[in-house]
Design a protein around this ligand. Sequence first.
Ligand SMILES: NC(=O)c1ccc[n+]([C@@H]2O[C@H](COP(=O)([O-])OP(=O)(O)OC[C@H]3O[C@@H](n4cnc5c(N)ncnc54)[C@H](OP(=O)(O)O)[C@@H]3O)[C@@H](O)[C@H]2O)c1
Length: 216
Amino acid sequence: MQYCGKDMKEYPVLLKRPRIILNMAQALNGYISGEGGARVQISSQEDMDRVMKLRDEVDAIMIGGNTMRLDNPYLRSDKCRYRIVITSKGKIPDNANLLGNGNRLIVINEDKEENDGNISYISAGRPMDLRIAMNRLYEKGIRSILLEGGKTTAESFLKLGMVDVMYLFVGYMIMEGKGIHLFDHNKRIKDIIEDAVLMNGGVLLRLNPIKLGESL
Ligand SMILES: NC(=O)c1ccc[n+]([C@@H]2O[C@H](COP(=O)([O-])OP(=O)(O)OC[C@H]3O[C@@H](n4cnc5c(N)ncnc54)[C@H](OP(=O)(O)O)[C@@H]3O)[C@@H](O)[C@H]2O)c1
């Protein structure tokens, strides 16, 4: 992968990027969605209030393409300036709720590099290099991002060591075993939990994102 005429391998970790907070919710048995990726409400009201506060504190809220297509979330926040979606072909459905409220949307995609009204496309190359994409966001003035999933996107950022803080809300519910599981391998990870807080309807864990990423 070339960047500014140099091979990325020459400086893979030196690129400046926004601070990234990853926030996910899972059932007690590890599922983050129902059958076929159907959205299931796992967070309690208290947890949703916490997430709303986080959204108000960041410059951008980011999701992956499947979450956009399956959940079609609004990602509401009056204070957050940008919504970001990662989707290789850069296709945004006309009915995407992300576009509501006059939100400015950034689409990280393979090839397209243009501005179209409230939508800006950022090319991350083919295959997409999320390190370059994050550096481009930094250059645009975006200094903090709340990453709200789903699984593929969360794991991509964790594996690249690009998550600074990770919250996992474990809701007091058991889901039918037909949905998407967050992490599915057999590794023990020492000192993975940095903090745990009991909340209404579940427990909020703060996990060490570097240790988690190394284990994936
Ligand atoms: N419980 C929770 O906290 C929570 C939060 C969010 C979502 N969810 C659930 O998660 C499910 C979706 O998760 P998912 O894993 O299927 O999808 P996802 O992470 O939402 O989106 C994956 C898509 O994002 C793009 N993408 C992300 N990282 C990429 C990379 N490194 N390289 C290339 N493309 C990349 C691709 O889009 P294209 O395919 O468009 O190229 C990829 O197919 C939904 O069922 C949703 O309900 C749960």
